[in-house]
Design a protein around this ligand. Structure first.
Ligand code: PLP
Length: 398
């Protein structure tokens, strides 16, 4: 198969609209050989890109991290997905490890395949446990395109598939008065990304998330943090919520938990919330959720990010990138290595993505604020690689 045939097959069977856009803007990459921070073009190995999109954090450890690949290969040598009704040692050990990342505060774990599924489960539990209906989320936030997750999102993603579900309210991010005005004693949960990636990585004001948590506590609503992109070391802590000493009732993780090798997601919750499943153990099922090779991948990911010095490395590379990118024509939004280039012009994030693509760096604009380019280099980026990234970005925008 060559590129023309592939694009033709895609147009006929997968997504004609996508291919039309890629052809219009000359975005013709097809991922071939991939390792570390880089991937090569499948049909022209002389072209390569540094992956600063990373599927929104899936490739936190770069492509095909040897430890994750070895763990999944080890699992596949003796296991398959297993059975979602029966206990599996890998799943149990992973649940214990994930619970430990919250200092034991969130010992209940429900596994899924993708982030949207994990969000759906979180919202089901929130409603089931509180007996309340309303879910509050941020305008421009993004929690997935599945049922309840989609209902938390912006109208452009759900209106075409109406009728919209009742009970969902959106408020502007980082506006505590707006949130206080809508949370009531019928609010089951407030769900937020600590830094909303699809909204262009706005860093919340220092007191915002703490105040959100207080409002939730005062009114008996649950506070859920979606750490699908911010979690697992991206901001220099295992969880971004740690930066503000928050005590969320649930944490949702996905993407990077897979190591980019075998999909897995998880919803972590308090014991009392998890007790919903004591009475109804078979009320929620995910056939592939917590599949055994996925548990092996996730345990290897945790081994890497919990190794001594790893989070310090993330913080140091984040600072190095920030220093190297000073004086550029954009505002650098950043916490650790969670970054956005905020340009002063609308749609400039789109143009920036194209210019960087042509220069050998792959990054994607924020869909809900197209003036921002999302920038998520692998957390494993070395100093030399960081300098290479800085050099390319400066050559494009300097
Ligand atoms: C913050 C956040 N939550 C949830 C999701 C949904 O994850 P998935 O695409 O794996 O369903 C995403 C996906 O981009 C995300 O960025």
């Amino acid at each position: 198969m060559d590129r023309v045939e592939l694009f033709d097959l895609y147009t006929r069977h997968v997504n004609a609209g996508k291919i039309a856009v890629y052809e219009r803007f000359g975005l013709d990459a097809v991922i071939g050989e991939r390792t570390g921070i880089r991937f090569r073009d499948r049909f022209d190995p002389n072209r390569s890109w540094i992956n600063c999109h990373g599927n929104g954090g899936v490739f936190n450890l770069g492509h095909r991290h040897p430890r994750v690949v070895a763990a999944v290969e080890g699992s596949l040598a003796r296991e398959d997905i297993g059975n979602h009704h029966l206990p599996a040692p890998g799943r149990a050990v992973l649940a214990r490890r994930l619970a430990a990342t919250t200092g034991g505060r969130l010992p209940g774990v429900v596994f899924g395949v993708a982030g949207g599924e994990a969000v759906d489960l979180a919202l089901k539990v929130a409603r089931g446990a509180t007996g309340r209906q309303q879910i509050v989320s941020a305008v421009g936030g993004y929690h997935g395109h599945t049922g309840l997750a989609m209902a938390t999102g912006d109208p452009e993603y759900r209106d075409p598939f109406g009728p919209n579900l009742p009970g969902f309210t959106q408020v502007p991010f980082d506006d505590i008065d707006a949130l206080a005005a809508v949370v009531t004693d019928d609010t089951a949960a407030v769900i937020l990304e600590p830094i909303p990636a699809t909204l262009g990585m706005p860093i919340p004001s220092p007191g915002y998330l703490v105040a959100v948590q207080e409002i939730c506590r005062d009114l008996g609503a649950l506070f859920l943090v979606d750490e699908v992109q911010t979690g697992l070391g991206r901001t220099g802590r295992i969880w971004a919520y740690e930066h503000w000493d928050l005590e969320p009732d649930m944490v949702i993780t996905g993407k990077g938990l897979s190591g980019g090798v075998y999909p897995i997601s998880a919803t972590l919750m308090t014991r009392s919330l998890h007790s919903v499943f004591d009475q109804h153990p078979f009320i929620h099922v995910s056939t592939f959720g917590g599949a055994e090779p996925g548990c092996a991948a996730a345990l290897a990911v945790l081994d890497v990010i919990e190794a001594p010095g790893f989070l310090d490395h993330v913080a140091a590379i984040g600072r190095r990138l920030a220093a190297g990118l000073s004086g550029m024509p954009f505002e650098l939004r950043r916490l650790g290595m969670m970054m956005g280039f905020a340009f002063p012009a609308p749609d400039a994030g789109m143009l920036a993505a194209k210019l960087l693509f042509d220069a050998g760096v792959f990054a994607v604009y924020a869909n809900n604020d197209t003036s921002v380019l999302q920038f998520l280099p692998p957390l494993t980026t070395t100093e030399e690689e960081a300098d290479e990234i800085i050099g390319i970005v400066r050559s494009v925008f300097g």
